[in-house]
Write a protein that binds this ligand. Structure first.
Ligand code: FES
Length: 350
């Protein structure tokens, strides 16, 4: 995994500690000395360019930026996942990894102080970014009630069980945790379903407008939660989901209204570049063609690593499962699924 550090575009992280949380699920902590900044709930994108083709994968940060703890990520071993198998099976303390930095929109909103309660729905390794968010809320916002509903196969396969129990002991009035185990004999409590979800929402002093929901887990799990919350009358703007699956590169067959070729002028961290983009290639693909090293990970409009600000012109997205209407209104766009529309565009990546 050691790579070419001559490329100043990447940040080098030295592994300081590795811990096996549960079988096939490890945490990696990094030594101080890097200049990587992040927000709770984000991920870092690791880069392996030791082979003929560069591989990038994103892993959730489990540490909290407001606690005095080292930057740490969680990695689940995927049987056919080249990157995760390398990390879990071969990487050792002292090894270094390259990253393009932290990204992602599964964060606390700027107006977090407006809210009085947050529900976190996590399934399996989906707990990783939620752990960072929970630790941050507990420390910075003691007036916000935190509810975690955490699904796993059994108590033994529940990652961070002891850390969560410790947090609960330290914050007994603020943090409430319900574990759901699919091995449970009482089937009503084995898996999250509509009735159980509504049951969890029956809490005292519940202000519906001042509640946020975060969910991270398998696609069908998150879809079920969002469907029932919206059905219950909650706004989609109150719900955040973390949705990236590097192995799944399915894109929609949507066609842009304009397939003409246009130029992109790009301000990449202060350096200016200009290049043509011709449909069907995306802005990211066109940038790669001229060997421009842009941030990206999933390449399917799901993770937000490739977010850019559109300063001039219009970008059409073939898929967007991460930017909200508010983000889009602020000019945010994605390069991996973005195509210039009706003229040249100017973008900025900070
Ligand atoms: S690289 Fe993931 S959204 Fe573009």
């Amino acid at each position: 995994m050691n790579a070419d550090f001559s490329n100043s575009y990447y940040i080098r992280l030295i592994i300081d500690n590795i811990r096996e949380e549960i079988k096939g699920f490890k945490t990696f902590s990094f030594a101080e000395g890097h200049n990587l900044e992040y927000q709770a709930g984000q991920f870092i994108t690791l880069v392996d360019n030791s082979g003929s083709r560069e591989i990038r994968r994103s892993y959730s940060i489990i540490s909290s930026p407001v606690l005095n703890e080292p930057l740490s990520i969680a990695v689940k071993r995927i049987d056919n996942g080249v990157f995760s198998r390398k990390l879990i099976d071969r990487v050792r303390i002292g090894d270094s990894l390259l990253t393009t930095g932290a990204a992602g929109f599964f964060r606390l909103p700027d107006n977090i102080k407006f809210f009085t309660s947050i529900f976190f729905f996590a399934a399996g390794s989906g707990i990783a970014p939620i752990l960072s968010l929970i630790k941050t809320v507990l420390l910075l916002y003691p007036d916000i009630s935190v509810y975690l509903i955490y699904s796993n196969r059994s108590r033994e396969t529940t990652a961070f069980y002891h850390e969560l129990q410790r947090l609960k002991l330290c914050h007994p009035d603020q943090l409430h945790i319900d574990y759901l185990f699919s091995s449970e004999s009482d089937l009503r409590k084995a898996r999250l379903n509509r009735d159980l979800l509504l049951e969890f929402l029956k809490i005292k002093h519940f202000n519906r407008e001042k509640t946020l929901f975060y969910t991270c887990g398998p696609e069908s799990y998150m879809r079920m939660i969002i469907f029932h919350l919206v059905e219950e009358g909650f706004s989609i703007h109150q719900i955040k989901k973390e949705d990236f699956n590097p192995g799944n590169k399915k894109l929609t067959g949507r066609l842009p209204p304009d397939k003409n070729s246009y130029h992109v002028e790009l301000d990449l961290k202060g350096s200016m570049f200009s290049f043509p983009v011709k449909y069907p290639e995306s802005i990211l693909q066109a940038a790669k063609k001229i060997k421009l090293n842009l941030p990206y990970s999933c390449e399917t409009g799901k993770c937000g690593s490739c977010a850019a600000i559109c300063l001039i012109g219009k970008v059409w997205l073939s898929n967007n499962e991460v930017l909200t209407d508010k983000d889009l209104a602020l000019g945010l766009t994605l390069t991996c699924t973005g195509h210039p529309q009706n003229g040249d565009v100017k973008l900025k990546i900070e």
